[in-house]
Design a protein around this ligand. Structure first.
Ligand SMILES: [Cu+2]
Length: 108
């Protein structure tokens, strides 16, 4: 039984924190509505995935200013990126440059 299983089974696991940092990559969700990212600023860890959920009726993107990724987000669709490096990454929408977001990626 893994530590994670034990947490669900018994609500107690002494090493859950250490275990979680290795195995439990999170999905950090950002909603897009009314031509804006919400929340605009998020914090995440290396190995986490960011998922943008486009609730608007127009296409958006999440385009990293450093060129690391460019996620196309058709109307009503979602898209993901895996965070591979620590550091602050600013991003924007190629179609609506006023749409701005930031991800503060910390090491594990
Ligand atoms: Cu857009």
């Amino acid at each position: 039984m893994t530590c994670r299983d034990a947490m669900f089974a018994a609500l107690a696991c002494g090493s859950i924190a250490a275990f979680a940092s290795v195995a439990d990559a999170a999905i950090v969700r950002v909603t897009i509505s009314n031509i804006a990212y919400a929340p605009a600023k998020i914090a995440a860890h290396v190995g986490d995935t960011v998922e943008w959920d486009n609730k608007d009726f127009v296409v958006h993107t999440a385009t990293a200013r450093n060129g690391a990724w460019d996620v196309n987000l058709p109307a009503g669709k979602s898209g993901r990126v895996l965070l591979k490096k620590a550091g602050k990454i600013g991003y924007y929408c190629r179609f609506h440059p006023n749409m701005k977001g930031e991800i503060d990626v910390s090491a594990k």
